[in-house]
Design a protein. Structure first.
Lengths: 177, 177
């Protein structure tokens, strides 16, 4: 099975010139989701991962299955005002304006070994924010796992020095590979 | 194992007088998540569920594990502007203002048997919107599964005539049961 066959490319979304990589056909296949969950887990199986961390909303789609596959906890990263307990936050720049993500202050246990996951690595802003949140709480960061990587945006550089793994790479905006 | 032991009650969130039922301790336990996923699936195992539908963001946390547990597809329900393909929408009233949810127009296959899931049944507005979206696309609705039900808000009535199942019930705002 090739996970790439379950990604639909939709031109000009959310704006002209952008090729959106749509994961809903993948979600529609139970077999493909099982395959992808195992593949996302594969590089980290001997790394003693104790928690998987992911940001809302699409990160949650892969976050809980991956956590369960690894027998690990799940730590949600949320937009402001969503988490009810004390939080720590990280603010980061977007193309226009800024965004802010939060986790609970008690989310990370001492010695926690955290794997971060998201559906897509583009410029890396969201994942960088997640890494900073994990670092703030003294997590041991095992690495970052992505379903899709847009390699031409070089988001991987922004995530150094951590290990980064992705299942599907697109090497240009419009290309099929 | 009692899933209720993994829910943390936090007073006065998001506003004074509201007791927020925090699921993050449950997410933090791989064993509790496995237990809850199996329990959410239990009433529907002989119902030939072909797809699980859930709304962002907390619905996603239980939606994909439940879909995988039942060997079913996952159909995400999203806020406006998030889905890249053609969508159908449902708008619904909130206490102040209104909200709108969307699914892809090609999300539901002919004869699809859909189980809807969310973490919390409060007044039922979000789930009612999900039901209307599923009905618009001629889904056969199997029922609705919730982790938590706030029975004193009577949300269940709003979801008639569909089968509703919940794992944990709170019978008053401040109570422990």
């Amino acid at each position: 099975m090739n996970a790439r066959d379950y990604i639909r490319s939709i031109p000009d979304f959310p704006r002209p010139g952008i090729m959106f990589r749509d994961i809903t056909p993948l979600l529609k296949s139970a077999a493909a989701m099982k395959h992808v969950t195992q593949q996302l887990a594969e590089p980290w199986r001997d790394q003693n991962v104790t928690a998987v961390m992911a940001a809302e909303a699409r990160g949650f789609v892969f976050g809980t299955p991956l956590a369960m596959e690894l027998g690990a906890a799940f730590i949600p990263v949320r937009k402001p005002g969503k988490l009810p307990f004390e939080t720590s936050a990280w603010e980061y720049d977007l193309e226009y304006g800024s965004d802010r993500l939060e986790i609970h202050r008690d989310a990370v246990d001492p010695g926690e070994r955290v794997l971060l996951v998201d559906d897509l690595l583009a410029t890396g802003g969201t994942m960088e924010a997640c890494l900073r949140l994990a670092e703030q709480q003294d997590a041991e960061i095992v690495g970052c796992s992505f379903l899709i990587e847009l390699t031409f945006l070089n988001g991987r550089e922004r995530l150094q020095p951590y290990d980064v793994h992705s299942l599907i790479a697109y090497e240009s905006e419009a290309g099929d590979d």
